[in-house]
Design a protein around this ligand. Structure first.
Ligand SMILES: [Zn+2]
Ligand SMILES: [Zn+2]
Length: 300
């Protein structure tokens, strides 16, 4: 629902307060038919709602629904990871301030039950829950597999992080790696994708520094893939996405396939402010964009 680059870019613009077709079109410099497709898709999936704001001529605007807003913890986790691992010497493209406590916002993933910080080694994923993607019902939709598109819109750590993961296969592989899967054949058996596709995705994640490849058998040569420190730091992203998925149609809201070893309860991650430990609500966050080479511009 939210993995395709154009859908992501449209959804991200909505978070920045964009509501009208022409504004989406201008900000994203996207073909009008592609934009029409993605807006309809996001409405169909319940992330945006379409309202009439002018009757003669008939004009519509698009607003985030609660389901759309519920992706916020996931966006915060992507932001935090991108700020930490992809900012380089320029620093993050966007600064966040937590209005609640007045401090710069550093999002932190905690267990909703014991309220302790979630460490990857404390995450227990039931191996019987592991499976590949459900067949998509949207046969009309052609997913783009050009990772660079994620950064075609305004510069955010969210877009940069998605570009590093590449596509939904990247997400599936990182989830399986977090669950402890390491062997090529095991990944292959669960995901059921072509071996060449799997090889390319594993190479990409290794190149981007999420995974490291180790030889575990020499004759014939067999390799295992394990999360690096950078890959383990991705855990809150995977867990917030998992949490959001549980709220979707056909999902089991009482899903207990992920446990927090530190307390033994089903793991429901929450993104809080590292400073005041309050759950972060998007209405309590001030966004300060820093376009390259221009002075910082404050926006809500
Ligand atoms: Zn816990
Ligand atoms: Zn705070």
């Amino acid at each position: 629902m939210i993995g395709d680059p154009w859908s992501f870019l449209v959804h991200q613009e909505a978070f920045f307060g964009v509501r009208r077709f022409d504004d989406f079109q201008r900000n994203l410099n996207v073909a009008r038919n592609t934009l029409t497709d993605r807006l309809a898709l996001l409405v169909r999936h319940g992330l945006l709602k379409k309202d009439v704001y002018l009757t003669r001529p008939q004009r519509y605007e698009y607003r985030l629904t609660q389901r759309g807003l519920d992706t916020y913890p996931y966006a915060l986790a992507l932001t935090q990871w991108g700020d930490q691992w992809l900012s380089g010497t320029d620093g993050p493209p966007i600064m966040l301030r937590h209005i609640t406590c007045g401090k710069p916002l550093v999002p932190l993933g905690i267990c909703g039950s014991c309220r302790r910080r979630v460490h990857p080694e404390d995450v227990l994923i039931n191996p019987t829950s592991l499976k590949g993607p459900a067949p998509t019902k949207d046969s009309s939709l052609r997913y783009s597999s050009r990772p660079e598109l994620y950064t075609a819109g305004r510069q955010t750590s969210v877009g940069r992080t998605l570009a590093a993961v590449g596509d939904r296969w990247g997400f599936f592989l990182l989830w399986l790696a977090l669950a402890g899967i390491s062997k090529f054949d095991h990944f292959h058996r669960i995901l059921g994708i072509a071996r060449t596709t799997l090889t390319a995705r594993l190479e990409r994640l290794t190149h981007e520094g999420f995974l490291e490849r180790t030889l575990y058998q020499s004759r014939p040569a067999r390799y295992g893939y394990h999360l690096t420190e950078k890959g383990r730091a991705f855990t809150p992203v995977l867990l917030t996405l998992f949490e959001w998925g549980k709220g979707g149609p056909g999902a089991d809201a009482g899903d207990v396939s992920v446990l927090h070893k530190a307390c033994g309860d089903p793991l429901q991650i929450q993104m809080v402010c590292e400073h005041c430990k309050e759950i972060v609500d998007p209405r309590d966050v001030k966004v300060i964009e820093r376009p390259l080479g221009q002075p910082a511009k404050e926006a809500r």
